[in-house]
Design a protein around this ligand. Structure first.
Ligand SMILES: Cc1ncc(C[n+]2csc(CCOP(=O)(O)OP(=O)(O)O)c2C)c(N)n1
Ligand SMILES: [Mg+2]
Length: 770
């Protein structure tokens, strides 16, 4: 890591002011200057920005090195844009269109913003934690020889203090402690305000202890240099100040010098009078706003001193809305300056009317050279990184042999075969799981490839020759990252590993496994990973009430519906092992394709009879979302449509009915998600004049327009019932609508109406004359 350059503090202070002006102006322009076509409030967060312009100036124009990556507090997005504007990597046009269609985004977005954004933020807490997992990925790449020492960097999170209430942060630091994570700077903008009001006093003291016990160094930047010196001379005043509750402190910042004077006088009386005499009201207010997070000297010294790799939490005291008329007001979170207030700020900043966008407007000639030099010297990346894609040839993945197989066992087998075969893909795969490695069938892969640990970890059981099917040893070469039971961490790990091509120039092929119902536990983190276009394979197994004896707490019902509504994630639900092999191959291809996406495989422990195939024609259909497992006769009046583990029931019903129901077909759905997307995309294309018939329209047009469809899924029936809307065919949807209970499959399928009898009854009802 590079040492910070010596820097001109005065120039940094000017840049702090510039950022405060430009961020406030960008928000103001969007709300008060740009024409509003719909009268909607545009919004923005001038106070949240002003709170951390000094911190960000110190970082971006002094402390950050070229390999450092930053997650910026969502509401300080405009400050990041202002920084890139000064650097010349953001355009005025984009800023003028802040929060507009195609303009600079409200919250930093990797995929939508044109400036380099290392991590998207918006859902508070997640941007913080992903930096920890990105640091782990950096260590993983170094250990595997894929990252040179000089390309390593530090991971910085800029954090709102209220953000610290998000539990995912603590899940992450606990996991980080286990993996001995390094090279992290988490910087809290401690303005003691959240969205609703001022934040609770009592908890904050505990945060230090929590972080310290996870191996972090905690540095508090409480006072700026001037305030420090003043309080140093007045111990009673310092004690009084330290004991001020958050709400009082914020209120005083808002009220200003006269209020400070009155409060100090009331509290300390005579002994404070000489001190108070030395300051007029304005100077008094200025003194008390000299907090650590606004004092450039303090910030620069703190950053310069923390150059080792110990994870460090900086608690920088700040004022929300610093330098703005609503500084410290508890309601200022979404507060916007009115035009009069903005004009006053403009004048204070020396910005001429009409020159509001001038990058260095208001900076005197003497200071300008120093500021320009600092901007030139800034070592952060100015261009978006080129993502690394198509780095690996994905080999053909053969289906494992076996007349009866479960998709979950087949998954383990396919990975094991790939591991034994070796090659580029096998080397680049990294697996991870929140304490369900063995029970999701990753065990054989881990036996082959080992756990990833920076320090050698011996398998004590193996060494003592205690019989076990599972090796549990780790070293630098291991390819499985062991996680504790915290599903949010799994998704953040996948997000970080799934961005390795972009963040580090080396693409990894991350595979994460978990139990299907517990996707919901980390859902926001999963969405966060997809929002950033991280690429991974998510294997959720086992699923559904097919997990009979485990009961309702472990049986998943709605993940296919989640997947149906989740952009950036393709759901596949195979019934057979050969489908699964094709899907895994496709998933790896999609990870490494610029236009690809992540894949979610919903698997089962149910071992089922595999089908005989005539040729390979099924394969294309299976990858597109469905194919006729039993061909229908043209114009048939009924069809069974089934997905995943309940295929044997569908086949049994088909056998029973096919003599009586002429031309009855059985449609195997492998991805409701892809079918639905194809359907809507086909419609959109037609509205634009293209002749496109989507895959599902083609499939369903093989049967009569008035046909009845019995749909069957070990999931919420709505996963497939929408198929009736495609061509207007009637649907009898079978699926699971209540929490399951323990039981044998026969009992459960009968009780929840997933068995052969339920299907035949449903077909019969659809065929009855109306
Ligand atoms: C997960 C999540 N919940 C709620 C919000 C809405 N929200 C946005 S900012 C905020 C409070 C932020 O306070 P703080 O982190 O202290 O930031 P500040 O603006 O004070 O710097 C809330 C509740 C959100 N963005 N994400
Ligand atoms: Mg705050």
């Amino acid at each position: 890591m590079l040492k910070p350059a010596t820097t001109d503090i005065e120039a940094l202070k000017i840049l702090d002011e510039r950022l405060r002006w430009l961020s406030a102006w960008t928000v103001h322009h969007a709300n008060h200057v740009r024409e509003s076509a719909d009268g909607l409030k545009v919004g923005g967060h001038q106070a949240s920005c002003a709170s951390m312009t000094a911190i960000m100036a110190a970082l971006y124009f002094h402390a950050l090195g070229p390999n450092d990556r930053v997650a910026v507090k969502p509401h300080a997005g405009p400050v990041l844009h202002a920084i890139h504007y000064l650097l010349g990597s953001q355009s005025r046009e984009m800023l003028e269109n802040f929060r507009g269609f195609g303009g600079a985004q409200s919250y930093p977005s990797r995929t939508k913003d044109r400036i380099p954004v290392d991590f998207s933020t918006g859902s508070v807490g997640l941007g913080v934690a992903i930096t920890l997992f990105a640091s782990l990925v950096q260590d993983y790449l170094s250990a595997h020889g894929w990252l040179d020492e000089q390309d390593r960097g530090r991971f910085v999170a800029l954090i709102g203090d209220a953000e610290l209430d998000e539990g995912n942060i603590y899940e992450a630091i606990i996991e980080g402690a286990k993996h001995d994570v390094r090279n992290l700077w988490w910087i809290i903008d401690y303005n003691r305000q959240s969205l609703d009001a001022t934040s609770a006093d009592r908890m904050f003291e505990r945060f230090d202890e929590i972080f310290q016990s996870c191996g972090w160094r905690v540095l508090e930047l409480r006072y700026g240099k001037r305030l420090q010196a003043a309080l140093g001379q007045h111990p009673a005043l310092e004690t009084w100040f330290e004991q001020l509750p958050n709400a009082d402190l914020s209120a005083l910042h808002y009220q200003g010098g006269a209020a400070w004077r009155a409060r100090i006088d009331a509290a300390l009386g005579k002994q404070a009078r000489p001190f108070l005499k030395a300051y007029d009201d304005e100077a008094l207010a200025a003194l008390f706003t000299d907090l650590g997070g606004h004092c450039m000297q303090t910030l620069v010294e703190a950053f310069d001193a923390a150059q080792d790799d110990v994870p460090t939490l900086f608690i920088a005291w700040t004022i929300k809305g610093f330098g703005l008329p609503f500084a410290g007001h508890k309601d200022n979170h979404a507060g916007l300056m009115n035009p009069t207030q903005l004009a006053a700020l403009r004048q204070t900043m020396g910005v001429r009317e009409g020159q509001e966008w001038g990058p260095l407007e208001g900076i005197g000639d003497n200071a300008r050279t120093g500021v320009e030099a600092l901007i030139d010297r800034s070592r952060i990346a100015r261009e978006k990184r080129n993502r690394s894609f198509r780095t690996v040839t994905v080999p053909h993945l053969p289906a494992p042999a076996g007349e009866e197989q479960s998709t979950q066992a087949a998954f383990g087998r396919i990975l094991l075969d790939l591991s034994k075969q070796g090659g580029d893909l096998a080397e680049r795969i990294v697996t991870t799981s929140p304490d369900v490695t063995v029970s999701t069938n990753l065990g054989a892969w881990v036996n082959q490839r080992g756990l990833f640990r920076r320090a050698e970890m011996l398998d004590v059981f193996a060494k003592a020759k205690i019989a076990s099917a599972q090796k549990w040893a780790g070293n630098n070469n291991g390819q499985h990252i062991e996680l504790g039971i915290a599903e949010s961490n799994l998704f953040l790990m996948l997000a970080a590993a799934g961005l390795s091509g972009d963040l580090f120039g080396t693409r990894l092929f991350p595979i994460g496994t978990l139990y299907d119902p517990f996707i919901a536990r980390g859902l926001n983190s999963l969405n966060y990973a997809c929002y950033q276009d991280a690429r991974f394979l998510l294997v959720a197994t086992p699923s559904g009430i097919t997990l009979g004896p485990e009961g309702g707490a472990h049986q998943s019902i709605n993940p296919p519906l989640i997947a149906l509504g989740q952009p950036g994630l393709r759901h596949y639900e195979p019934a057979f092992a050969d489908e699964l092999a094709a899907m895994m191959q496709e998933a790896f291809r999609l990870i490494d394709d610029p236009n690809g996406e992540s894949t979610y495989l919903r698997l089962s422990t149910r071992s089922i009879q595999q089908v005989e195939r005539n040729g390979d024609a099924w394969r294309e259909g299976a990858l597109a979302g469905g194919y006729w497992l039993r061909e229908p006769a043209a114009g048939a009046e009924a069809a069974i449509v089934a997905m995943g583990a309940v295929m044997p029931e569908a086949l049994a019903a088909w056998e029973e009915l096919s003599e009586d129901v002429p031309g009855l077909g059985l449609l195997a759905v492998t991805s409701p998600d892809l079918l639905h997307r194809g359907w809507t995309a086909g419609q959109a294309a037609r509205w634009q004049g293209e002749r496109t018939i989507s895959h599902i329209e083609q499939l369903l047009s093989r049967v009569s327009p008035t046909a009845g469809l019995v749909t069957l899924a070990d999931a919420a029936p709505a996963s497939l019932s929408w198929l009736g809307g495609v061509l207007g065919q009637r649907v009898a949807p079978l699926g699971v609508e209540k929490f399951g209970q323990t039981g044998s499959l026969a009992d459960l399928y009968a009780a929840y109406r997933l068995d052969r009898d339920a299907i035949t009854e449903a077909v019969a009802e659809l065929l009855l004359p109306a």
